[in-house]
Design a protein around this ligand. Structure first.
Ligand code: TEU
Ligand code: CA
Length: 546
């Protein structure tokens, strides 16, 4: 069995995790100082959001040097120390690979725009003159093209203008990236989370889009014409030569398309991050709709069913781009109960769990009230477009931002109740949530009934019980609005997860004779026939004779 099926990933957003030198910015020595905490929690791999040299317009998802560490985070020696200290604790290190685009301050791009003869000109989509080659738009809103008057060139960027897209059609680009991958793998890195990996390939003629609203062009570059060819090439030349794993962030992905990347035997990627369940409370990101729990249940089940036999799922509720799950899918009146129900119904499905920093202590959305407290480039872009193009009111835009901004997940990690939550002694680059006074690691670790303690048990179950990892998945009562009831089977073992995803008590008729099972996890002290609000229970039995 490949190790990625047996691992529990913890995502670190380095800028907000732990500041060691009190400059207000999280850093590598800060992460090293918290490895014991992470080992204790029980996770087995750490994914680090980008720590490379970058002007940080998009907090490092705009890379200016792929083989060097940003000075805010420390040095290459700090990074080597992190690898060895992590490995000592059996924690793997997964890097973020951002290769759809570079920073506009990358040496390749600077040379490419200023020098028409540059060998880097063809590394990007650069055209002479002001005319836009097509009508594509960017993920952050607005045109995907920017004109630079100084050099009389236009270039394409599917994200911010500070993030020019690389031209993957150029074999030189692919070779450069292979060198980058080898550089980090040879240093001891164990895998990559591949940023927007399914949009690398664009058709050569860059045709105009016929889409009416958001993301014009997506119909051409999502799972674009040569994406599988590129990934097969990288797999053959790099991935196959290392004991490593990959998870690819795939936008607008459907299960059949995902299988084209992850199906056993194809293995271009080990698993993907899909977005279906991130869409259950919106039509598209900024157009919100009322959230209904059964939508989350069904979105997750859809992927379980589709990838059950031949694929492998990633399991996540949060990351650095999404609001906090307890604020989004939980209930403030049943804070502990909903913060523990959510990972129970998600991480005990079949797949590899990804826990985002602070999720394990129930961190909530940011408390910001004014636009200038937000740091995220997307948030500011969207506010601007909402106000100027759509003529929405300030209040309306702030409401959307408060709910959806990526900064909801980027406030400093809450370690204790001291100033700035123990993240830093100085003003952090983004304000801490004042609820650090009560919601923090120290309190969670001391309190035997905390969300953290529940996560620890959940992780232990996922690590030690075979059926929790490898069992197949069968959803019962799919139409029920608030009951989440699924069954998993593996060899002689069986697991049942039964949750009441609502604030009302629920009386159910179990499909199984629960007396024959042991109750191995429960977010209430009581075990009755009635399910209490947001109660989550996990039952297990083994028919093995040993
Ligand atoms: O995100 C890609 C993506 O599609 C979205 O989640 C995006 O961040 C945004 O929320 C669209 O509304 C990845 C990274 O995770 C993100 O942090 C980067 O900003 C983006 O790629 C560009 O590299
Ligand atoms: Ca620092």
């Amino acid at each position: 069995m490949r190790w990625y099926k047996n691992t529990i990933v913890y995502q670190i957003y380095p800028r907000s995790f732990q500041d060691s030198n009190n400059d207000g910015i999280g850093d590598l020595p800060g992460i090293i100082s918290r490895l014991d905490y992470l080992e204790n929690l029980g996770v087995t791999a750490l994914w680090l959001s980008p720590i490379y040299v970058s002007p940080l317009y998009d907090n490092g998802y705009d890379i200016a040097d792929y083989c060097a560490i940003h000075k805010d985070y420390g040095t290459m020696d700090d990074f080597k120390l992190l690898i060895s200290e992590a490995h000592k604790r059996n924690l793997k290190i997964v890097m973020d690979l951002v290769v759809n685009h570079t920073s506009n301050e990358h040496a390749w791009f600077l040379d490419a725009i200023s020098n028409p003869k540059s060998k880097y000109r063809d590394y990007y989509y650069i055209f002479e003159g002001k005319k836009k080659p097509n009508n594509w738009t960017s993920f952050f809103g607005g045109s995907a093209w920017t004109y630079i008057p100084e050099y009389d060139v236009s270039y394409m960027h599917l994200f911010a203008s500070e993030q020019p897209d690389l031209n993957w059609e150029n074999p030189q680009v692919r070779n450069e990236i292979k060198q980058v991958l080898k550089f980090w793998l040879d240093l001891g890195v164990d895998g990559f989370r591949c940023d927007v990996i399914n949009i690398l390939s664009k058709p050569n003629d860059l045709p105009n889009s016929h889409r009416l609203f958001v993301l014009k062009g997506a119909e051409y570059y999502v799972n674009g014409p040569k994406i599988h060819q590129y990934l097969q090439e990288i797999k053959r030349d790099v991935f196959d030569h290392y004991d490593m794993f990959t998870v690819g962030e795939c936008v607008f992905i459907t299960p059949p398309k995902a299988l084209e990347y992850v199906k056993e035997g194809i293995d271009e990627l080990n698993m993907v991050f899909q977005f279906d369940h991130m869409g259950v409370d919106n039509y598209f990101k900024w157009m919100l709709k009322k959230y209904k729990p059964y939508r989350l249940k069904l979105a997750l089940a859809k992927w379980q069913n589709a990838l059950n036999e031949t694929g492998w799922n990633s399991l996540y509720l949060e990351n650095h781009d999404q609001p906090r799950s307890v604020s989004r899918f939980g209930n403030p009146d049943f804070y502990y109960e909903s913060a523990t129900l959510l990972p129970t119904m998600t991480f005990l499905q079949k797949g590899t769990p990804f826990i985002y920093q602070g999720q394990e202590i129930g961190m909530t959305n940011a408390h910001f009230t004014s636009l200038n407290q937000y740091r995220d480039i997307e948030t500011h872009h969207v506010y601007h477009i909402g106000r100027t193009v759509l003529k929405f009111s300030h209040k309306r835009m702030m409401h959307k931002i408060k709910y959806m901004s990526r900064d909801n997940a980027r406030t400093p990690m809450q370690w204790d109740s001291t100033v700035h939550g123990g993240f830093s002694k100085e003003q952090p680059w983004i304000e801490a949530n004042p609820n650090f006074v009560t919601i923090n690691v120290k309190e969670n670790v001391q309190n035997p009934h905390s969300i953290y303690q529940y996560y620890k048990k959940l992780i232990e179950i996922k690590k030690t019980i075979q059926v929790a990892k490898y069992g197949d998945f069968k959803l019962h009562y799919p139409k029920h609005r608030s009951l989440v009831y699924f069954e998993r089977n593996f060899e002689q073992e069986q697991m049942l997860v039964i949750c009441n995803y609502s604030k009302k008590q629920l009386q159910i008729k179990p499909l199984h004779s629960l007396k024959e099972y042991s109750l191995i996890l429960n977010n209430y002290d009581v075990d009755e026939e009635t399910l209490y609000p947001y109660q989550a229970k996990v039952y297990f039995r083994s028919m093995k004779h040993d």
